[in-house]
Design a binder for this molecule. Structure first.
Ligand code: HEC
Length: 135
C-alpha cells in the first residue's frame, strides 16, 4: 500500500473517531464492534476474513486469540502495511476492539483489558508524534 493511502486512511480514521467522540461515550463503554468497523474493517473486512495476499485474516487466527501481548503490540506499533494506532486509539479503545476481535467470527480468545494495553504502550515509548487527535 502506498504511504499516501495509509496517511489518507489515518485521516479518515481520525475523522471517524472525532465524530464518534462527539457522541461522548464514557471510556468504559467503548463499542469494540463499532470501532472495528470504523478502524479495521477496511483492510481486515467486516467479517474478519481479510484479503488473501494483502490483509491477514483475523477470524480463527492463532495470533489474534493467543497471548494478548502480540495483537496489542501489533495494533500499537503496526507493521508493514498495518498502520500504528498508538496516537489514534486510547488504551480503552484498543482493549475494546481487540476484545471484540478475539471473540468474533468463532474466535475464543480472552478479553483484553485497558491495563494490559497500558503496560505495553509504556514499554516502547517513542517520542510522540504530533497526534492527529489531541488526547
Ligand atoms: C491499512 C490497512 C489496515 C488497517 C486499517 C488495519 N490493519 Fe491490521 N494488518 C494489516 C496488514 C497489512 C497486516 C499484516 C502486517 C504484517 O505482518 O506485515 C495486519 C496485521 C494485523 C494483525 C496480525 C494478524 C496476524 O495473524 O499476523 C492483527 C491482530 C491486526 N492486523 C489487527 C488490526 C486491528 C485490530 C485493526 C484496527 C484497529 C487493524 N488491524 C487495522 C493492515 C491493516
Amino acid at each position: 500500500m502506498r504511504p499516501e493511502a495509509v496517511v489518507t486512511m489515518r485521516r479518515t480514521l481520525a475523522l471517524a473517531l472525532a465524530l464518534a467522540g462527539l457522541c461522548a461515550q464514557p471510556a468504559a463503554a467503548v463499542d469494540g464492534q463499532r470501532l472495528y468497523q470504523e478502524a479495521c474493517a477496511a483492510c481486515h473486512r467486516p467479517n474478519g476474513a481479510g484479503i488473501p495476499g494483502a490483509f491477514p485474516t483475523l477470524a480463527k487466527s492463532k495470533f489474534v486469540q493467543g497471548d494478548p501481548k502480540e495483537p496489542i503490540g501489533r495494533v500499537l506499533h503496526g507493521r508493514g502495511g498495518m498502520p500504528s494506532f498508538q496516537n489514534d486509539l486510547t488504551d480503552a479503545d484498543i482493549a475494546a476492539v481487540l476484545t471484540y476481535v478475539r471473540a468474533a467470527w468463532g474466535n475464543a480468545g480472552k478479553p483484553v483489558t485497558p491495563a494490559q494495553v497500558k503496560v505495553l504502550r509504556g514499554l516502547k515509548r517513542e517520542t510522540p508524534k504530533a497526534g492527529i487527535l489531541a488526547h
